[in-house]
Design a protein around this ligand. Structure first.
Ligand code: C2E
Ligand code: CA
Ligand code: CA
Length: 597
């Protein structure tokens, strides 16, 4: 539909000389004619207004006046416009709309305001007008003129739409943002309540994204998110809403329809597509997704519940090894509740003094004398008895309680060690999440308040501490070393690339994981590994401890393999501090097999 621009013969134009003295060639004069000669000033105002002003004959619908803004809008000279009707100028449908509007103005006697009036112009494409039309009546009370004012609001509307878009979409990926996601989820759920049309919510985040962002920088992270968004759009069907909720958190609202993908198929596709490599700036990167899924049902019929259930399922997906999806089921709630209760109990236990530090000796292979004691945390639970770390440390780590708990262990162990002979060292386990710059401060403070010599303290870290954000961890380790504290690598051989971690920091000691020691007599590979690590240590001047030595035969093997120290039930089980002191008193610090426990 375009404006009809039709030439008009002078005779035709003359026919519309309406007696008001309209001179079609010069609008200011025709304006003056309309409003009286004394209104020259007003005429000039109208002519120069940025708003379109037009006057039509109410009877014939023909234009008898239009200002310069009107000419500009239509891209036609007024000589062509004046005398024409809407039907001459515009396509049928559009013209009928204008005629109907004018008729309403005449019949009602009220101004007609049309907030958004699209109009097809020959030279300016589609424009959007805000128009106000009033009928001007003659002395008999009949409408004889139609006065219209149109404001071109196209730019305003485009800007408004842009703002609305921005308010509802994520700037980076152009996916729906949290606000739009919530709106759409609410709408889908209210439709579910009304019609029973089922809804599935997929809620997921990325495993491994933070590391990419931290190590390769935000531009790389952003590029990955944009590629990922494209992949998600490909997974999604027509009625689905794909949203980025922030950071590396995404969601898909998936209402049921005859053509919609099956929930399990879609979940599988998300996991699979996300985990394909991303080639960005010469790097081949991978991330994986853990997906939690909730489905609408009689008891899950609102957005809150859907969000909560998918969150619970996501949590379980992560727990169950990541790169996978889980559908919510009510047993997950129980699991979560138990976990929450455990978290709370750990907090309370700290306050109630239910934690204890037990100590297990490590012994020099050459002389079988005790060289140090490793601090091992225990929880004397009022109902469950003495609990090993595996029952509560993972929960404490996840709940962010490990720093507090770890600091408590460190202070307690340093205070205990300050009371035993200086030639007996103290080893304290440090969780990966404790390896932050704050750790050096904590260690310094624990040493200062216990007056333990830094040389007596050894901190044991596992290689998983070096898995994430290696540079921060390494600088923390150097800081600790700077204090005079020794650093040991614990559980050596249990990770994927233990050897490579040895290159990232010059450890003082390597503790060979007990799984190798326990297999020594049955598995020749284990023996080779223990020998190799002991040999490696010896050539680099790093001492080695064989953990988990339970028998004389095992001791004989690790001794022959060349380990520096041994630790295990054969030499002593972990015991409370009182027993340590008693044993030390009795044996004058020379603890010989079969141990003091
Ligand atoms: P780990 O650092 O490897 O500690 C040695 C574990 O092996 C201890 O288990 C100890 O009781 C056990 N063990 C020692 N000798 C033998 C043996 O001959 N045979 C067998 N089968 N086991 C032996 P525990 O005390 O249950 O501690 C388990 C883990 O919990 C520790 O492993 C350590 O990673 C962690 N842990 C203990 N205390 C703390 C702590 O204060 N902070 C942190 N972050 N982790 C701790
Ligand atoms: Ca340890
Ligand atoms: Ca260990």
């Amino acid at each position: 539909m375009t404006t009809k621009s039709r030439g008009q013969s002078s005779s035709e134009a003359a026919r519309y000389d309406d007696g008001l003295g309209c001179d079609r060639a010069s609008c200011p004069e025709s304006t003056r004619a309309l409003f009286g000669t004394s209104e020259a000033f007003l005429a000039s105002v109208i002519e120069n207004m940025p708003t379109v002003v037009f006057v039509k004959d109410a009877r014939t619908g023909r234009f008898i006046l239009i200002n310069r803004a009107g000419e500009d809008l239509l891209g036609l000279p007024r000589s062509a416009i004046i005398g024409m009707t809407d039907h001459d100028l515009f396509a049928k449908e559009e013209a009928e709309r204008f005629v109907a509007r004018d008729r309403r103005a005449m019949q009602s006697g009220e101004p007609q305001v049309i907030d958004e009036e699209p109009i097809h112009t020959p030279h300016n494409g589609i424009r959007c007008l805000r128009t106000r039309v009033i009928a001007v009546r003659d002395t008999d009370g009949h409408p004889h003129l139609l006065l219209g004012i149109s404001e071109d609001i196209t730019e305003q509307k485009v800007a408004g739409e842009r703002m609305r878009y921005m308010a509802h979409h994520d700037g980076l990926t152009s996916l729906a943002n949290r606000a739009l996601f919530r709106q759409q989820l609410d709408a889908a759920m209210s439709e579910f309540r009304r019609t029973g049309r089922k809804v599935t919510l997929f809620f997921f985040d990325l495993d491994g994204f933070k590391k990419i962002n931290d190590t390769l920088g935000h531009p790389t992270g952003d590029a990955l998110l944009r590629m990922l968004a494209d992949r998600l759009r490909k997974c999604a069907g027509e009625g689905d809403i794909v949203a980025r909720l922030g950071g590396d958190e995404f969601a898909i609202v998936h209402p049921a329809s005859p053509t919609a993908k099956d929930d399990t198929a879609l979940a599988g596709e998300i996991v699979q597509r996300v985990s394909k490599p991303y080639d960005i700036g010469g790097h081949r990167l991978t991330v994986t997704a853990s997906v939690g899924i909730s489905q609408s049902s009689e008891i899950c019929s609102d957005s809150e519940r859907m969000l909560r259930n998918s969150d619970v399922a996501l949590y379980r997906a992560k727990e169950g090894g990541r790169n996978s999806f889980r559908f919510y089921d009510p047993s997950m709630d129980r699991h979560l509740e138990e976990k929450r209760a455990r978290e709370l109990a750990i907090r309370n236990a700290l306050g109630r003094g239910e934690f204890e530090v037990h100590y297990q000796p490590f012994v020099g292979v050459s002389n079988q004398r005790i060289c140090g004691l490793e601090a091992l945390l225990r929880w004397r639970h009022p109902e469950e008895g003495l609990l090993p770390p595996s029952d509560f440390i993972p929960v404490a780590e996840e709940a962010g309680l490990i720093s507090t708990l770890g600091e408590w262990v460190l202070r307690k162990a340093c205070a205990d060690a300050a009371q035993w002979p200086v030639y007996i060292g103290l080893a304290v386990n440090i969780s990966p999440s404790q390896c932050t710059p704050a750790l050096a401060q904590t260690v310094m403070s624990a040493l200062a308040s216990s007056r333990l010599s830094p040389g007596q303290l050894e901190l044991e870290i596992t290689e998983s501490a070096l898995l994430h954000d290696t540079s921060t961890t390494v600088s923390v380790l150097h800081q600790l070393r700077g204090l005079g504290v020794k650093i040991a690598m614990d559980d050596f051989g249990t990770g994927y690339s233990s050897l490579s971690y040895l290159r990232s920091f010059p450890f003082d000691k390597i503790k060979i994981d007990k799984s190798f020691v326990q297999d020594l007599l049955t598995d020749s590979d284990s023996l080779s590994i223990v020998r190799a690590v002991a040999g490696l240590g010896a050539s680099f001047g790093v001492s080695t401890t064989a953990e988990g030595v339970e028998t004389a035969e095992q001791f004989e093997q690790v001794r022959a393999a060349g380990c520096t120290y041994v630790q295990g039930f054969y030499f002593g089980r972990p015991v409370p501090i009182d027993e340590v002191f008693r044993a030390l008193r009795e044996r004058r610090a020379a603890i010989r097999k079969p141990g003091y426990a």
